[in-house]
Design a protein around this ligand. Structure first.
Ligand SMILES: [Fe+2]
Length: 326
């Protein structure tokens, strides 16, 4: 049914996903996408709300009880510098393997966002199991689900649900051009609310173009003041406009040690990164959304699919597979 509708409405959806998005207004296209996707996926979303509201404790116990108090997201954020989250040691070790095998291995190019590349694919997740073990651990799922009010799933389109990103000026054919694309402040329109879980597999300093971010309340105030997401407003905001409204003491920088974990709602918190990466910067980035997204990417893109394995808990299946029903 959805496929038929996607095909029939293809040109319109494509327009709203590309050139029309800013013209019509990102906020309006998101509202339209929520209604459209809701026609097909609202039952999946309701099921995930029920999983959280009615059976969450049982699902967590089956997945493996929390061994420490989960982080709580406040103001769209939670920062964990304890180094104690489950599977973090394994994730760091496997990240080292991945970096030594695939890091610093590409020539400069002028392709779209060449300064930022993903070096892991869904097929790699069996070889390096800690990537899924970490994001499906009870502590991490509890933090994210409590913030969202439902059990989310890994994004299958934009962004890919599991990314291992390497940012480096050396990959950019125009390294000295003014900041562009994700190097400028923005909020992501894929779903709202949604959560990114970002892990630093190496220490990050200012030489690596660290991720910059602003809490939800301050971000929303700025967005209101500049009319962000309104018709005609660009997705990426130039620095002078943001800094005319931002109290700079509220700007946060992820220039922190290996093992740091940031939970952030990128649809509610302004952020940018990968600016002036003199040295390579690495981040594991997970994207968790509702099955009812606020973009049209699933209608227009093939997407990636990570498959659950036999023996996976119900909670783990729900995180991995958008279509899972308990
Ligand atoms: Fe973003």
């Amino acid at each position: 049914m959805k496929r038929v509708a996607d095909k029939a409405l293809g040109p319109l959806l494509n327009y709203l996903h590309s050139t029309g998005r800013e013209r019509v207004g990102i906020g309006r296209t998101m509202a339209a996408a929520r209604v459209y996707n809701g026609l097909f996926h609202s039952r999946l979303a309701a099921g995930r709300k029920a999983m959280f509201e009615e059976r969450f404790e049982e699902l967590i116990l089956e997945n493996g009880p929390c061994t420490s108090e989960p982080n709580t997201m406040v103001d769209g954020l939670a920062l964990d510098t304890s180094g104690n989250l489950p599977y973090i040691e394994e994730l760091l070790k496997e990240s080292d393997e991945l970096i030594s095998e695939r890091g610093e291995a590409k020539a400069a190019s002028d392709k779209y966002r060449s300064f930022f590349r993903n070096i892991v694919s869904p097929g790699d997740l069996r070889r390096w199991p800690s990537f899924l073990d970490f994001i499906t651990s009870s502590e991490v799922v509890t933090t994210v689900s409590r913030y969202l009010g439902y059990v989310p799933c890994l994004s299958g389109t934009l962004p890919p649900g599991v990314r291992f990103v390497e940012s480096w000026k050396k990959y950019d054919a125009n390294p000295d051009s003014p900041p562009r694309d994700s190097q400028l402040y923005h909020m992501d329109p894929y779903g709202t609310p949604m959560v990114y879980v970002i892990v630093l597999p190496r220490d990050v300093t200012m030489r690596q173009g660290p991720f910059h971010y602003i809490g939800e309340a301050e971000s929303q105030r700025i967005a209101r003041e500049i009319g962000y997401w309104s018709p005609g407003k660009p997705f990426r905001i130039q620095d002078d406009e943001v800094y005319a409204h931002l109290d700079r003491s509220k700007e946060m920088v992820l220039d922190l040690p290996r093992g740091t974990v940031l939970f952030i709602d990128p649809s509610r918190c302004l952020h940018y990164g990968s600016r002036n990466s003199e040295d390579p910067r690495y981040m594991v980035m997970y994207g968790l959304t509702s099955p009812v997204r606020t973009d049209f990417s699933e209608s227009l893109m093939g997407g990636t699919k990570v498959k659950p394995a036999p023996g996976d808990s119900r909670l783990r299946r729900a995180i991995i597979d958008k279509h899972y029903r308990d």
